[in-house]
Every structure is written in C-alpha cells, then in structure tokens.
Design a protein around this ligand. Structure first.
Ligand code: ITT
Length: 188
C-alpha cells in the first residue's frame, strides 16, 4: 500500500535523492508542476512552509516542498536561502573565488522538508557539516556538490553515488526524519 505524496519542485535530483530514502518507509512521490511561491527570507523553514501551504491550497492533497541551502561560515552563512539564485549567477566558481586565500573552509548544507497535509503542516530538517574544497571534483549530483566535502569523508558529494551522498547529506537526514514522523501522523 504505502502513501503517495505530491512534491512541488523543478529539481529532478532532489526527487531522486528523496525517493531513495522515502521508498523505505513506503512513501511514493509524484512530481506536480505547480510553480512554487517563494517568499524572501533567510529562514529556510519559513520559505518551505509558505510554499507548501500555497501549493496545498491549489492541490488540496498532501504535498511536499523541500528547500535547501549551502551556508559558508567565512561568508557569514552566504548563500544560505539564496543558494538557488547564487548557483545560477556566480555559480561554483564564484563561491571558490570568494574563498580564495581563506583558510576557514567550514560550511554546512541544510534541508527543510515541509509537508502540507489535510490536517496541518509538518516540517523536518537535516543538516550536514563539512568543508568547501579548493577546486571542483566529481560529476555526480547537482548544484554545489562538486565543492562540498562532508565531515567523515574525503570525497565531495559529486564523487559519491546517490546512496552514499544520502548517508551523509542534509536531504537524506531530513528524509529519514520525515519517515519517522509520517508513520505517526494522519495526513489524509
Ligand atoms: P526547487 O526550488 O524547484 O525545489 P531548486 O534547485 O531551486 O529547486 P532550492 O530552492 O532548494 O532548490 O535551491 C537550493 C540550491 O542550493 C540549489 O539550486 C543548489 O544550488 C543548492 N543545493 C541544495 N541542495 C543541494 C545539494 O544536495 N547538493 C548541492 N547543491 C545543493
């Protein structure tokens, strides 16, 4: 049986990564093509919850929105909730240039999954600490994966398989938490 939940995203990589974890707790995802309304906020949770409610109000069935970002310590958390825009504009090389000669390479990724459902909204998050490599490595994944090395590994996310990335990643962690929560909550 299991549960089918809609997901509003334009990012197919996110769906694949989430599916690998969520299939283990019998959640199937169905991509819906509804443009997300993204409010401007530094808080990923606010962005995700607002977007999930807006999509739910159109769809009227349980729907997931995931919002993620890369937070670089030496840049006071930039690009954070603006990661999507920064990736499209200055990109990986822009981040590397900003960190040229900077010794403190610490950074973390955060993922917030908001599930708007028939009885309310629930929200889970996952975080992974790591560091920014000095040059891009690997061809897997998406976004800033070629320059992020999670704690406990020497590989960048882009050098890992999807399964390996999920073991470490913000999204994998948030998805595992979602599995735990959804088992206890009635969403229809
Ligand atoms: P949707 O909003 O349509 O879901 P998006 O790709 O724009 O897709 P976000 O708004 O969550 O998603 O943007 C987050 C950006 O942060 C994304 O474009 C990537 O550049 C980066 N990012 C998020 N998660 C990442 C990951 O696991 N690996 C690498 N980069 C990631």
């Amino acid at each position: 049986m299991g549960k089918e939940i809609a997901i509003a995203t334009s990012n197919i990589h996110k769906i694949r990564e989430l599916e690998q974890v969520l299939s283990k707790c019998s959640i199937r995802l169905r991509q819906v093509d509804i443009p997300k309304i993204e409010i401007q906020s530094e808080d990923l949770q606010l962005v995700a919850i607002n977007a999930a409610i807006a999509v739910y109000n159109i769809l009227r069935e349980p729907v997931i929105v995931e919002d993620a970002g890369l937070f670089v310590e030496a840049l006071s958390g930039f690009p954070g909730s603006y990661s999507s825009y920064v990736f499209k504009t200055i990109g990986i090389n822009g981040i590397l240039r900003l960190l040229e000669g900077v010794e403190d390479r610490r950074a973390y990724f955060e993922s917030v999954i908001a599930l708007a459902h028939n009885r309310g909204v629930l929200c889970v998050r996952g975080r992974v600490y790591g560091s920014i490599a000095t040059e891009p490595r690997g061809s897997g994944g998406f976004g800033f994966d070629p320059i992020f090395v999670p704690e406990g590994s020497t590989k960048t996310f882009a050098e890992m398989s999807l399964e390996e990335k999920n073991k470490y990643s913000h999204r994998g962690r948030a998805a595992r938490e979602l599995c735990r929560v959804v088992e206890r909550v009635e969403i229809y």
